[in-house]
Ligand binder design. Structure first.
Ligand code: 8OZ
Length: 366
């Protein structure tokens, strides 16, 4: 059991080896402004620079490989041009005194053949098609029927994560967050609803957690565990109409405990339905935090009052905000002053250039 660390939302602290100026994190936000090859937008450095007063920025989900891509215009971290683009971003954030980590992403079955090299099927633990839609250049389409990964393909997949982690280090990030949430590849392995394998990566909780743990272990070998975190979403079915695991408390609790043993820096939990309401009552997140033992970043529709309370009570070490950071680059200062927040129009979320991206002003300073 960890002793809850009670603190002020605006007080500095540490997340693993990363010093943070306050307990407000910017959650990863897909903005779909990279180019066709996954090179970050030329405006991305300015966008993240404007938001560098966050204690920690978790940069948007970033594809670890070409096969891991499920949405057009999302960035990558598997080629030299990606590293060069991200290096501009980390430089701009560091110049403003901020801290930024990269979220490592493989979508698994949440992809479409038109986004895959030579139009091949996306990969997944099992050949079960997802529902919902993905953003393709032909519009919003249902994810394609995936192909089950062969056992022999797993080592190369882990190598893709390792290369992405190494590239993130080269690009100057302060750490990385492994995306094990929102129905993407690693959560597809974890949940018994999407993993029907009969080899050592399927069946028992231990087997289903094996790939996420092997990936995190590989990434931690590059970075040191104290600069690596994970994101989990035990209650979310939002993306791909992904059914819940049959025993979420046991499954995610096991994973959290094993990740804690590695000495991982943070567990970032979506406490409800992704893009939906906080539903922390439906799952014992305190038990998840305790099983993990490291720092806990709480997320999902927090407001100022909830965030103050979460950190003051020791429920969380940090609270992350997603959508509020779109319209409020100076969200930390606005929360500190109890200033009104700007609501960004949903039309600005995905795609386009500078508009709706780097043109939201900070509060006027007197
Ligand atoms: C919104 C649109 C596309 C992708 C996630 C990476 O939910 C995403 C995502 C969000 O984790």
């Amino acid at each position: 059991m960890t002793t809850p660390h009670k603190a002020d939302l605006f007080a500095p602290g540490h997340i693993g080896a990363i010093p943070v100026a306050n307990r407000i994190a910017m959650a990863p936000l897909t903005r779909s402004r990279a180019d066709m090859e996954g090179v970050p937008s030329p405006f991305a450095a300015e966008y993240y620079h404007q938001r560098a007063s966050a204690g920690l920025i978790v940069a948007e989900a970033t594809n670890i490989s070409r096969a891991g891509r499920g949405y057009a215009l999302t960035p990558g971290i598997y080629e030299g041009a990606h590293v060069a683009g991200w290096a501009e971003v980390t430089k701009a954030v560091h110049e403003a005194g901020g801290r930024i980590v990269l979220q490592l992403w493989h979508v698994g079955r949440i992809s479409h053949v038109s986004l895959q090299e030579k139009g091949v099927a996306p990969v997944a633990p099992s050949a079960i098609q997802a529902g919902g839609t993905v953003f393709t250049l032909e519009g919003m389409l249902q994810p394609s029927m995936p192909r089950a990964l062969a056992l022999e393909e797993i080592p190369a997949l882990i190598e893709d994560y390792r290369r992405a982690a190494r590239n993130a280090l080269k690009a100057g990030f302060d750490g990385v967050e492994v995306h094990i949430a929102n129905g993407y590849l690693l959560e597809q392995f974890l949940r018994d609803s999407t993993n029907k394998r009969t080899d050592r990566y399927g069946g028992s909780i231990q087997n289903r957690a094996r790939l996420p743990i092997e990936v995190v272990t590989a990434v931690a070998e590059i970075w040191g565990a104290d600069r690596v975190g994970v994101r989990l979403s035990p209650l979310s079915t939002a993306i791909g109409d992904t059914p819940l695991d049959s025993t979420p408390q046991a499954t995610y609790g096991y994973l959290a405990r094993e990740l804690g043993k590695l000495g991982l820096a943070w567990l970032h939990a979506i406490e409800g339905q992704t893009r939906g309401d906080n539903a922390a009552g439906a799952f014992d997140f305190k038990a998840l935090h305790a099983a993990f033992g490291g720092s806990y970043i709480a997320n999902n529709s927090y407001d100022r009052g909830m965030a103050l309370k979460a950190v003051a009570s020791g429920h969380a070490d940090m609270v992350s905000f997603g959508r509020p950071f779109i319209g409020n680059p100076d969200l930390v200062e606005r929360l500190r002053r109890e200033a009104p927040l700007t609501e960004a129009p949903a039309a600005a979320y995905y795609g386009g250039g500078a508009e709706g991206y780097i043109d939201f002003p900070a509060l006027e300073t007197v």
